[in-house]
Design a binder for this molecule. Structure first.
Ligand SMILES: [Fe+2]
Length: 332
């Protein structure tokens, strides 16, 4: 769960929004669902309803379901229905590839859209699309397609992308927005290239970043990775949010191929893989400055704060250790 605070000088008003992601509700049979996944989402919904101040906006960041079935989406929708107020939903790949996306849209509406709230322009993207040939011709059944997409490191997978059609829409959409209007983008996959093997990756990330680059303050909030990551690329600040389902380990420990965590990210202490709620909890993201500022309050972990250090020119965590940014890291 994540609370995100936006504090601006007028005419933009302060606002907060809550962001819950990656519940992976999984159907077993009949009325049975994987209990731990249900409990993670139920807890997030209850805690979100209790937060003060009451969030202006509540978002669910994708992967509501595990295999995208109607039973999973219905059950997840029922739980999300207990949130106070309207919920803005983001499409995850686990919600999409059975349909693809049809039943999800019936429940939650359009797969990409925008809205304005208190002077901030919000954009919701469906970043988990891939090549039409892979989606529509490759697999004998929708269920097979879903299973191939649901695997974390399946070599039969195909990279996520926003795609031409949606980027065209985004270009036209952003043409109407003033350059000093704060922009917040919700996407399921990171709109940057982190790890291709695990699809912590968006194939056309640079093109999307290019559309966002002319604006003064842009924050991209994403799910998918089930771990805390943050980064700053020019004026675009990136924050991942944790999953209510389970934490993923960091990819570099398991792969030989070249890949990395976002350079600004300081790895969390992930000492107890047998503790089911390890690396889940609350993040508070302050996007007032347009730069990364993140406080984490995780079960079984020390509370930590990472904030943009103007002298160093990058985010830092003073409570822990000096961060070893690579010398070729020049985009701050
Ligand atoms: Fe997920």
């Amino acid at each position: 769960m994540t609370m995100i605070e936006l504090a601006f000088a007028k005419p933009v008003e302060n606002l907060t929004f809550a962001y819950i992601s990656d519940a992976h509700i999984q159907h077993i049979r009949g009325a049975k669902f994987v209990n731990n996944r249900d409990r993670g989402l139920v807890r997030a919904v209850a805690e979100t309803n209790l937060t003060t101040p009451k969030p202006d906006i509540v978002t669910f960041g994708g992967d509501l379901a595990q295999l995208g079935t109607r039973a999973e989406l219905d059950h997840g929708a029922e739980m999300l229905g207990r949130l106070n107020g309207k919920v803005h939903c983001v499409m995850g790949e686990h919600d999409y590839y059975d349909g693809p996306g049809e039943y999800w849209s019936k429940l939650f509406g359009p797969q990409y859209y925008s809205f304005d709230h208190k002077g901030v322009h919000f954009v919701v993207l469906s970043s988990i699309l891939t090549y039409d040939d892979w989606t529509f011709n490759r697999w004998p059944t929708p269920q097979q397609r879903m299973l191939e997409k649901a695997g974390l490191d399946n070599p039969n997978g195909s990279p996520f992308m926003v795609g031409d059609k949606q980027r065209d829409w985004l270009r036209k959409e952003l043409a109407k927005v003033k350059k000093d209007t704060p922009i917040v983008v919700f996407s399921h996959s990171p709109l940057q290239k982190i790890n291709k093997g695990w699809n912590f990756w968006t194939e056309d990330a640079e093109q999307v970043q290019g559309l966002l680059a002319p604006f003064d303050k842009v924050n991209v909030i994403y799910g998918r990775v089930h771990q805390i990551q943050y980064d700053q690329i020019g004026n675009i600040s990136f924050n991942s949010v944790m999953a209510t389902a389970w934490p993923w380990p960091y990819p570099q420990r398991y792969a030989q191929a070249e890949q990395y965590l976002p350079k600004a990210t300081i790895p969390m202490n992930r000492a107890d893989p047998f503790f089911e709620r390890d690396a889940t909890g609350w993040q508070m993201i302050d996007v007032n400055s347009g730069r990364v500022a993140l406080s984490s309050n995780l079960d079984n972990n020390k509370s930590r704060t990472v904030a943009f250090d103007p002298n160093a020119g990058h985010p830092g965590d003073k409570q822990l250790q000096s961060i070893a940014l690579e010398p070729n890291r020049t985009q701050y």
